[in-house]
Write a protein that binds this ligand. Structure first.
Ligand SMILES: Nc1ncnc2c1ncn2[C@@H]1O[C@H](COP(=O)(O)OP(=O)(O)OP(=O)(O)O)[C@@H](O)[C@H]1O
Length: 257
């Protein structure tokens, strides 16, 4: 299986503090990879280095075989990034925004129309495309940002907390869409706090704690190692939580019963 993403000894230091430390990781083409970790563990910093928005202190990132620091334009043509806070131009309509993104990526008119119709229909945005994007709700902005990311059919899609702000129907649509895109060969790298999503749909999960990647495995591998009745929540808390927070979670579970 060809490699889509390769991180080699990737590090980011802010002043004296390491936000990401010696991360090595390979993600294959067509994989749906979930990146998990507690708040402040280094997920966004890693994604920003992977997408060329932040320069590493050490190490490097290769996407589809190219070093992002050496070939930034070529690499960026092959990827898309949907941040947790959607970045849109408020004075453009939804349609104008998608047209603008398509023009940057030189998408042919016919393909643009097909993809715009397909994705905006899927996310129930088609009837709202002539309104200013600045007047959209948070969830609608998030969906417009997703449609824009898919308009040039990237080989690698990075998503930071993609389901936050989406209603349950849109979240479900997104989950099936991501699975289908990966089955068709796209690679998805996604951070999430929703362990259920990672458990249900990811091929592999990576868990980061204090800037260090502490586990990379499929759900089957994790269960084999930790016992078949373990949930991802148990495993996650076991690997990342301190004893106190685990006790708190257990007592809350007992109270629920
Ligand atoms: N620009 C910055 N300057 C200084 N420190 C930063 C900067 N950006 C991030 N950090 C620090 O780096 C660490 C990792 O932050 P990061 O945003 O990558 O975490 P995260 O795992 O995405 O967290 P969350 O789940 O809360 O979004 C944190 O300690 C954070 O305070």
């Amino acid at each position: 299986m060809p490699t889509a993403i390769r991180l080699v000894k990737l590090e980011k230091r802010f002043r004296t503090k390491y936000a990401v430390k010696e991360v090595n990781l390979t993600v294959n083409k067509g994989e749906l990879f979930c990146f998990l970790g507690p708040n402040g563990s280094g997920k966004t910093t890693t994604i920003k280095m992977m997408t060329g928005l932040l320069e590493p202190t050490a190490g490097f990132v290769e996407l589809v075989g190219m070093d992002i620091a050496k070939k930034p334009i070529e690499v960026k043509k092959k990827m898309a990034y949907v941040p947790d806070q959607p970045l849109i131009y408020p004075k453009l309509t939804g349609r104008e925004y998608l047209e603008f993104i398509a023009s940057v990526f030189e998408v042919e008119d016919e393909l643009f129309e097909q993809r715009m119709n397909h994705y905006t229909e899927l996310f129930s945005l088609k009837g709202r495309l002539d309104e200013y994007a600045g007047d959209y709700s948070h969830g609608m902005k998030q969906k417009l940002s997703l449609c824009a990311a898919l308009i040039h059919k990237p080989e690698i899609l990075f998503l930071d907390e993609p389901t936050v702000g989406l209603d349950p129907k849109s979240a479900k649509i997104l989950k099936s869409l991501l699975r289908q895109l990966c089955d068709d060969g796209m690679t998805v790298f996604m951070s999430t706090h929703i362990l259920e999503i990672a458990e249900q749909m990811c091929d592999r999960v990576g868990i980061i704690k204090d800037g260090q990647l502490i586990t990379v495995a499929s759900m089957d591998e994790l269960k084999k190692e930790r016992g078949n009745d373990s949930t991802l929540e148990d495993i996650f808390l076991d690997l990342t939580g301190d004893a106190e927070s685990q006790l708190l979670v257990s007592s809350m579970k007992e109270e629920e019963v």
